[in-house]
Design a binder for this molecule. Structure first.
Ligand SMILES: NC(=O)c1ccc[n+]([C@@H]2O[C@H](COP(=O)([O-])OP(=O)(O)OC[C@H]3O[C@@H](n4cnc5c(N)ncnc54)[C@H](OP(=O)(O)O)[C@@H]3O)[C@@H](O)[C@H]2O)c1
Length: 350
């Protein structure tokens, strides 16, 4: 049995969702994967970093988090106010990074990731900031230390897009990706197709917990830009900056535009796309990156992806078009993406 010592930084929806899976799937992980995963440390903003050498009691730590009590109430833990110091002192086999996405400087996640890699830990992240802003630096650091950095759940949560393309489609030459990568805006556009105004649809999305009180990151397209940058780095090996992505959100789309599109058998969707432009023999083809509302014909599989669902169409030489549809957010769905990455680290896949 292979023993894995896991650390989770960020213990909100995603961190707790993974902890739940580690607990409910403990026997399956042992039987099917020969893995004994123990959670040795957890950090959040309120409590700092807690560590227990022989493993934390997951149901107990979930109860503390649910009650919004300090995680330091867990028996027998060592505590650091500063998660960076805790991580530097204790280490482990794998860091799961699930602190909030920050598209300005990727902190605090990027510092957690740098420390973990330099201590020889594999890193699995749901946090989009580090992959969107610093993929080159972090993958180089991971190579230097001989560890893996995986980020399946940053794009479409647990729906396997990155691993499907990199592992399942290995050897194919991908020349374009087009996707619905933000569930909030897809929910809003779907509600507008059913007759709501933009304001009504946004309020509805907020009431259901799909949109934040400040919805800017979703409705202005920044979240989709972050995912586009991650796909550019992981699938095309190109390091783009946020400003390289042509961006338009959904805030100026009117109910009339949406209804007019329907009359013409089209659906307006916020489409994130990456496309290799035809280059010449002397030059590498340029990669066009865009996030914008597009009227798609109903013959396009993306046109029929409604509500909070996400989808990605991959265009490749050997497979024509492959479309992957699935959940793009949620506690268990994102935990699943992290779990798959953890298992891949344990198997030694890169
Ligand atoms: N939710 C999803 O469905 C989903 C899907 C894919 C990717 N993601 C990404 O996954 C990450 C986590 O999302 P979430 O929904 O779980 O967010 P969340 O519920 O807001 O949880 C964030 C957690 O990070 C902690 N935190 C904040 N600053 C910290 C710091 N400096 N050091 C240590 N911990 C810190 C918070 O502490 P407190 O609990 O004390 O506030 C909280 O526990 C984000 O980057 C998000 O973009 C989320």
């Amino acid at each position: 049995m292979k023993r894995l010592r896991l650390s989770i930084t960020g213990f909100g929806t995603v961190g707790q969702g993974l902890a739940e899976l580690l607990s409910t799937k403990h026997a399956l992980l042992q039987q099917e994967y020969n893995l004994d995963i123990i959670l040795v440390s957890v950090a959040n903003a309120r409590s700092g970093f807690i560590y227990r050498e022989n493993g934390l009691d997951i149901p107990a730590i979930l109860e503390l988090a649910a009650a919004r009590r300090s995680l330091t109430a867990h028996p027998g833990v060592t505590h650091w106010e500063n998660p960076l110091e805790g991580l530097r002192t204790t280490g482990g086999d794998i860091l799961v990074e699930a602190t909030p996405t920050n598209l300005h400087d990727a902190e605090p996640g990027i510092s957690h990731i740098r420390i973990a890699i330099s201590k020889g830990m594999h890193v699995v992240t749901a946090n989009k900031g580090p992959g969107a802003l610093a993929a080159d630096e972090l993958f180089a650091l991971a190579r230097q230390h001989g560890v893996q950095l995986r980020m399946e759940s940053t794009v479409m949560a647990g729906t396997p897009v990155i691993s499907t393309i990199r592992e399942g489609m290995a050897g194919a030459s991908v020349h374009a990706l087009r996707g619905i990568l933000n569930g909030t805006t897809n929910y809003i556009l779907t509600a507008m197709a059913a007759g709501q105004s933009y304001g009504e649809a946004l309020a509805d999305a907020q009431a259901r917990g799909y949109a934040e009180t400040d919805p800017t990151a979703d409705v202005e397209g920044f979240d989709a830009v972050a995912k586009t940058l991650i796909l550019a780095a992981l699938i095309f090996g190109r390091s783009l900056k946020p400003g390289d992505v042509i961006r338009q959100g959904v805030t100026t789309i009117t109910r009339e535009q949406v209804q007019q599109a329907i009359e013409q058998d089209n659906r307006i969707k916020l489409v994130a796309s990456l496309r290799l432009l035809a280059g010449d023999a002397r030059q590498e083809a340029a990669l066009e990156a865009r996030v914008a509302p597009v009227a798609l014909p109903l013959s396009d599989p993306l046109a029929r992806v409604d509500g909070v669902m996400n989808a990605l169409t991959v265009s490749a030489d050997t497979l024509s078009e492959v479309t992957i549809i699935g959940p793009g957010a949620g506690r268990a769905a994102t935990g699943q993406g992290l779990l798959a990455d953890i298992i891949a680290c344990a198997r030694g896949q890169v």
